[in-house]
Ligand binder design. Structure first.
Ligand SMILES: Nc1ncnc2c1ncn2[C@@H]1O[C@H](COP(=O)(O)OP(=O)(O)OP(=O)(O)O)[C@@H](O)[C@H]1O
Ligand SMILES: [Mg+2]
Length: 478
């Protein structure tokens, strides 16, 4: 990665006399990156190309644009540029005007004295560094505050017990199997790898593990490894030492240190760049980190929970993911089942979502009509619970505040999917009838698809052969 040493500050020299430009360049070149221009237009072009120029030394008397004119032209576009004007004694009026508007830092008279020039330029570049550093610190503070707000919200939810397992809605065998696994993992402190398709609740599971585990009263910090550039991600996670690269103006803690004692959730670990994989392996092996640009080891005690929608095992085979890191992460593996493998949970999830919406918006939407529910249950939901959630939110907005959600309120992708369940009154028993009718239909279709082979039909529906036969009897299917 690109760990450049900080560049020397850059100084722009603007003067129409080549000899004067050359002398300034030689004098300043030891300590600064020097750009030169012979007039105002050239100077403006250079500034556009080097927007972080710290100091400009500008000759007042130039053909075309004068020094003070150039200064006025840069006031808005380069507010942090520190401007020094070079002048003969005779330009006093123009100078006083420029100084009065606050746009000139100092002026130097020609012929200048080397020590004085160097002193003024040094002060000017320090002032520039301080100004930009302040700006940056303010930005960092805002970012840190944003992160703290998230953290704080997570803590408050935890206090309210919002991330207990009862946030994980469902009673299907697929979900129960996962919950049983979670029961075991929360009592340990081990690294966990959560895999599953998009929208299946990986983040929800990660939080559930943390907030039901031994580190619940310590921070849960989450980072998306696929969302930012590798260098930035490394410095976010590991922190950096002041001067480690351009823009590293201060020592900074990384998220490993922020999460110390708690859990670091590495989301989208499958997108983690190779060099970072190596760094992560080292932390997991040695329990210590090094900030970027710093050789000092810092011990950290962090539980890692990683998640991905990739098939990591395949990524390992293809050489996209380090095998050794995979094994260190997958000490405990949990897979969140896709919604199409737990369609029985759709009605429960819908209820849960509706009551949350009712609570938030103060309405009393009563539920879905059996037809609407049946339409949803037949859908495969490639976007899983998130897709269902979006669908319900959308329909909720169209429903009467105290009415039912009907099929026509579902999104256009469901058009023509009315399953002809008739206009059963939407009370509880009608709902059950509708769902049972639908279940019967699924069972019948599966049996037909497998030419009457019960074992294979049952396997396709994800239920045991025994349960399948029970259902055949219940619905009188032959
Ligand atoms: N079992 C569940 N019970 C209730 N809500 C769930 C369940 N699973 C997922 N959700 C909800 O579905 C939405 C998506 O979940 P989450 O963000 O955890 O998915 P994800 O697997 O991390 O997705 P992605 O891979 O896209 O990041 C969230 O609003 C979450 O609350
Ligand atoms: Mg996620």
């Amino acid at each position: 990665m690109d760990l450049l040493r900080p560049l020397p500050p850059s100084v722009l020299v603007v003067d129409d006399e080549p000899a004067s430009v050359a002398l300034l360049r030689i004098t300043l070149a030891m300590d600064y990156t020097v750009h030169t221009a012979s007039g105002g237009d050239e100077a403006l072009a250079l500034l556009a190309r080097h927007p972080d120029t710290a100091v400009a030394i500008i000759d007042q008397r130039m053909p075309g644009m004068s020094g003070t004119e150039l200064i006025q032209r840069t006031a808005a576009s380069h507010p942090h540029l520190i401007r020094i004007i070079l002048t003969g004694y005779t330009d006093v009026d123009a100078l006083i005007a420029a100084i009065n508007t606050g746009s000139v830092y100092r002026y130097l008279t020609k012929p200048w004295n080397k020590d004085e020039l160097m002193g003024v330029v040094r002060q000017a570049s320090e002032l520039h560094a301080l100004t930009t550093q302040n700006l940056r610190l303010r930005e960092e503070l805002a970012a840190a505050n944003a992160k703290l707000r998230v953290e704080n919200a997570a803590l408050r939810r935890a206090v309210k017990g919002k991330y207990r397992f009862d946030e994980l809605i469902g009673t299907s065998p697929a979900l129960r199997k996962m919950l049983a696994l979670l029961e075991r993992v929360v009592t340990t402190d081990s690294t966990v790898l959560i895999t599953g398709e998009t929208g299946t609740g990986k983040e929800l599971v990660a939080r559930a593990i943390h907030y039901n585990g031994p580190r619940a009263d310590r921070p849960f910090v989450s980072e998306n490894c696929g969302a930012i550039a590798p260098d930035l991600l490394t410095s976010e996670l590991f922190g950096h030492k002041r001067g480690a690269f351009t823009g590293a103006l201060e020592d900074r803690k990384g998220l490993f240190e922020v999460a110390n004692g708690g859990t670091l959730f590495l989301d989208e670990i499958g997108d983690c760049p190779p060099e970072l994989q190596t760094r992560l392996l080292r932390v997991l092996d040695q329990g210590e980190i090094r900030r970027v640009g710093d050789n000092r080891p810092i011990p950290v005690d962090v539980r890692i929970i990683a998640a991905t929608h990739h098939d990591l095992e395949r990524d390992v085979e293809n050489g996209r993911f380090r095998r050794d890191l995979y094994y260190r992460l997958a000490v405990f593996s949990v897979t969140t089942p896709p919604l199409r493998e737990r369609k029985e949970d759709v009605p429960l999830l819908v209820d849960h979502m509706l009551s949350r919406l009712n609570e938030a918006r103060g309405h009393r939407v009563l539920g879905l009509t059996p037809e609407a529910l049946a339409v949803l249950v037949t859908h495969d939901f490639p976007g899983n619970v998130r897709e269902l959630e979006n669908e319900i939110e959308r329909a909720y907005a169209l429903a009467d505040p105290d009415g039912y959600v009907t099929p026509d309120m579902l999104s256009p992708k469901f058009a023509g999917r009315d399953l002809g369940l008739g206009n059963a009154a939407a009370d509880g028993s009608a709902l059950r009838t509708a769902v049972e009718a639908f279940e019967a239909q699924l069972v019948r279709e599966a049996l037909t698809r497998h030419d009457g082979n019960q074992t294979r039909a049952a396997a396709e529906l994800g239920i045991s052969r025994r349960t399948f036969i029970d259902k055949l009897q219940k619905y009188g299917i032959r």
